[in-house]
Design a binder for this molecule. Structure first.
Ligand code: HEM
Length: 380
């Protein structure tokens, strides 16, 4: 009997526990997950500051959102008459319903923040330049899809917060000249947020966007390996002593597991301590004042307050366009792999200026705007 189970185990884990270096290298080559890494890595890849683990954490959060999301799908009903109630049921009827919903909600916020930080890390170290241009452009697609996933998920609880945040977001879409009204109609399936919009957001959130994101993530990870690994380790000085390459198992894998354990602990703690809000049932006749978009769009909403077209449409579209063409225009290869090299001071200052500007308008939109979008010097 024991031999039978051993045969099953060996058919899955062909190398066994990687107790020595030879087995470790073989395990890195033959395991589906471990194969994402090269069997041996440069010592510079082992430094936390090489990536701050941001790509790995983005990947982990996405995986955890898929798992918790599928669990929630068993109970959620995408119809205005039932959606809000099915959210409430999670609290009282569904085993681990509240904590699963919390994990999904806090994980989604964390993913938006971490993906944007990852974009910042890659930019500052010049990781967008040749040969990584296509992977950077794929990354821009991932950032847009991550925001899209979060935004479409926002509507699903069908509470006041969801309804009015999405109403504000769709008004921004409608303000795009020429195609705005048609795009908003395509998104909502109607003139206002209602039954059709809820179904469309549900399908986008649970099928279309996750399938697209999964495909691009697969391409993204493949390209990280094919482009020669991380820019931060490729351009790091060779070690003067010790080996030039280290086995990824255990050195890199154990570090990654430690980081993931920290993230799991943080997410679980947040989900046990703080419940995701569920406001009263959506009421199209009772507009909250002010009606605010989700936090990651509040910077855009703040700018749109000055000019719907320039702030709400032109600046965000120009920012995405600039990120896409950037690697094909900025071709210099000096100073890559470091965060603040003299050769990239100008490029990095411009980026940090825009990032700081965007953070300031987001904070103003979040905390310092009250009824009728008037400035308030003390958050309500
Ligand atoms: C779902 C979102 C994303 C996931 C799961 C993801 C995953 C990863 C992982 C695991 C790595 C290697 C480790 C690391 O750099 O931390 C990586 C590297 C990279 N990522 Fe992402 N990423 C995502 C979004 C983005 C975005 C938004 C951009 C930029 C617009 C981007 C551009 C890059 C580039 C260019 C590299 C190679 C960097 C280098 O060589 O140093 N990624 N990504």
């Amino acid at each position: 009997m024991r031999a039978f189970f051993q045969r099953i185990r060996d058919s899955v884990f062909r190398v066994g526990w990687p107790a020595d270096e030879r087995k470790a290298l073989l395990a890195m080559r033959s395991s589906f997950l471990l194969h994402l890494h090269a069997p041996k890595v440069r010592p510079a890849s082992l430094r936390l500051a090489a990536t701050w683990g941001l790509g790995l954490l983005s990947l982990f959060l996405y995986g955890s959102l898929v798992l918790t999301g599928v669990y929630l799908m068993f109970y959620y009903i995408p119809h205005p008459d039932a959606a809000w109630r099915s959210m409430g049921d999670l609290e009282f009827v569904v085993p681990y319903g509240v904590v699963t919903r919390n994990l999904h909600r806090w994980g989604a916020h964390a993913m938006v923040a971490i993906v944007l930080l990852h974009l910042g890390r890659v930019y500052l170290t010049g990781g967008y330049k040749a040969p990584r241009e296509a992977n950077w452009v794929a990354g821009v697609g991932l950032a847009v899809l991550t925001l899209g996933l979060s935004f479409t998920g926002y509507l699903l609880p069908w509470d006041q917060l969801a309804f009015w945040a999405v109403t504000v977001g769709s008004k921004m879409v409608a303000s795009v000249p020429v195609i705005g009204d048609a795009a908003a109609l395509l998104l909502l399936g109607d003139q206002t947020v209602g039954e059709a919009a809820l179904l469309r957001f549900y399908v986008l959130h649970c099928v279309v966007l996750p399938v697209a994101l999964t495909g691009i993530v697969a391409f993204h990870l493949y390209r990280v390996r094919k482009d020669g690994g991380l820019v931060t380790s490729e351009h790091a000085p060779e070690p003067t002593e010790g080996p030039r390459l280290w086995p990824a198992w255990p050195h890199l894998i154990y570090r990654e597991l430690a980081l993931l354990a920290g993230m799991v602990a943080l997410l679980l703690a947040a989900s046990m301590l703080f419940n995701a809000p569920l406001e009263p049932l959506a009421d199209p006749t009772r507009t909250p004042n002010p009606a605010k978009a989700p936090w990651y769009f509040l910077g855009i909403q703040e700018l749109a307050h000055y000019s719907a077209f320039w702030g709400g449409v032109f600046i965000p579209a120009a920012a995405i366009g600039a990120l896409i063409v950037l690697p094909y225009l900025d071709r210099r290869t000096a100073g890559l792999g470091r965060y603040w090299p003299p050769e990239r001071r100008w490029a990095n200052s411009v980026f940090l200026f825009f990032a700081a500007f965007f953070m300031v308008v987001t904070v103003v939109g979040t905390f310092f705007r009250g009824p009728a979008w008037a400035l308030m010097w003390w958050p309500p």
